[in-house]
Design a protein around this ligand. Structure first.
Ligand code: CA2
Length: 150
C-alpha cells in the first residue's frame, strides 16, 4: 500500500490546549483521526508525526523522500510550524530529497504578523493550503493524491 506522510513541526503538540482563538479547539490527536479517515478513503497508509526538533523533521523528510524514490510513498503534507519562517535546513531537505510536499497552515499566516508572511518551504512545495483551520490537512491530502500519480 502506498503511504503518505503528515509531518507537524514545533508546538503543534499543543493544538487545542491553548490559543483556541487562533488555532481552534481541535487537538493534534483529532487531526490525526481526520487525516487517517481521509487517507483511508484515498487508499493510502498514513504516517502521522510531530516533532519540536528541526533535525528530526529533516530526518523524516529524507526518510519520506527515500520512500518516494522506491515508489512506496506519495509525498508529504507538512505543517512546519514556526520553522516555516526560519528553516533553510527544511528548504534544503525537501529540495534534496525531491519530496513532493503540500505545505499546510491552520491559520491564515498572511493575516497575522509580518514575520509569518515569509516561508522558506513554499518555494520547494508543490502547493500551499493556508487559513482553513485543521480542514486544510484534508484538502492537502486530497491535493497531493490528485496531483501525484502512482
Ligand atoms: O497556522 C499554522 O499552522 C502555523 O504553522 C502554526 C505555528 C505558527 O508558528 C506558524 O506561523 C503558523 C504555531 C504552531 C502551534 O503553536 C501553538 C502554540 C500555542 C498553543 C497552540 C499551538
Amino acid at each position: 500500500m502506498t503511504s503518505v506522510y503528515v509531518l507537524n513541526g514545533p508546538n503543534l503538540n499543543l493544538l487545542g490546549t491553548r490559543r483556541p482563538e487562533v488555532y481552534g479547539s481541535t487537538t493534534l490527536a483529532d487531526v490525526e483521526d481526520l487525516c487517517r479517515q481521509e487517507a483511508g478513503k484515498l487508499g493510502l497508509e498514513l504516517e502521522f508525526l510531530q516533532s519540536n526538533h528541526e533535525g528530526q523533521l529533516v530526518d523524516w523528510v529524507q526518510e519520506a523522500g527515500a520512500r518516494v524514490a522506491t515508489g512506496d510513498c506519495l509525498g508529504a503534507v507538512f505543517n512546519p510550524g514556526a520553522y516555516t519562517h526560519t528553516s533553510i535546513a527544511l528548504h534544503d531537505a525537501i529540495e534534496g530529497a525531491s519530496l513532493p510536499v503540500v505545505e499546510v497552515h491552520i491559520s491564515n499566516v498572511h493575516a497575522r504578523e509580518e514575520f509569518r508572511r515569509h516561508s522558506y518551504v513554499s518555494p520547494v512545495a508543490r502547493g500551499v493550503v493556508v487559513g482553513f483551520g485543521v480542514y486544510g490537512y484534508v484538502l492537502a491530502l486530497r491535493g497531493l493524491h490528485q496531483t501525484i500519480s502512482r
